[in-house]
Design a protein around this ligand. Structure first.
Ligand SMILES: [Zn+2]
Length: 216
């Protein structure tokens, strides 16, 4: 896998988390000098929205990026209200669901409120986003608004490696243990692998091992 040697200003960030040399990775890092190398404006848009780079977002739109709902998801996840405003203009009420998912995943309460105030009421997606991002309070908020898809939440929590969220979903009746094990195994979330096995997972779809086989 290729990595980009970062400019000096981004050295610390890049040292902690190497930037993948992809359309999305370049744009998330805000490396405008590499703009001409962007082949897929829509992939770039996701990264620029998540990284909060408005000028890059505008440039990508001028290059034809138009997958607004994905941009909205990423801008909400990154907590960038100015870019969220731009994306929302182009999204249908139905597509705001992606924003609710992203805002819950990123833990941005103000953006969650904003998306809901514009008519989005798909709280199931909000719950899934909150579980994926480890956002306990937002998960509780989505449940109090009526979300009940706890098994999806459990799988998202297993993917994200968030034990408290998994426990919350289980306390509400989630019990797809094998699916949870599959997600936790894929992402090597060992504590959650153990938790799913303790609750009764018998088989892992990911590695095709029996439950016990994960620790032998
Ligand atoms: Zn496995």
């Amino acid at each position: 896998m290729a990595y980009l040697l970062p400019p000096l200003a981004s050295m610390v960030h890049a040292y902690l988390r190497p930037i993948k040399l992809t359309n999305k990775g370049i744009c998330r890092a805000g490396y405008g000098e590499l703009f001409d190398s962007i082949e897929d404006p829509n992939e770039g848009l996701k990264g620029a929205c998540q990284g909060g780079h408005m000028a890059l977002v505008s440039a990508l739109i001028a290059r034809g990026a138009s997958r607004w709902h994905r941009g909205l998801d990423s801008a909400c996840r990154g907590g960038h209200a100015d870019i969220v405003t731009v994306m929302i203009e182009h999204c249908s009420t139905n597509e705001l669901t992606h924003g609710l998912y992203g805002a819950c995943r990123g833990g941005h309460q103000a953006l969650v409120n904003e998306i809901i105030s514009r008519g989005c009421n798909n709280f199931e997606w909000g719950l899934e986003g909150a579980c994926r991002g480890g956002q306990l309070e937002l998960a509780r908020a989505m449940i109090s608004r009526g979300a009940t898809r706890y098994d999806w939440g459990l799988m998202a929590a297993c993917t994200g490696g968030h034990i408290e969220l998994a426990q919350l979903m289980i306390s509400h009746g989630a019990n797809l243990w094998n699916s949870g094990l599959d997600r936790a195994c894929q992402r090597k979330r060992l504590k959650l692998v153990q938790m799913m096995i303790d609750h009764g997972a018998t088989r892992c779809y990911n590695c095709d091992k029996s439950a016990a086989g994960h620790f032998t």
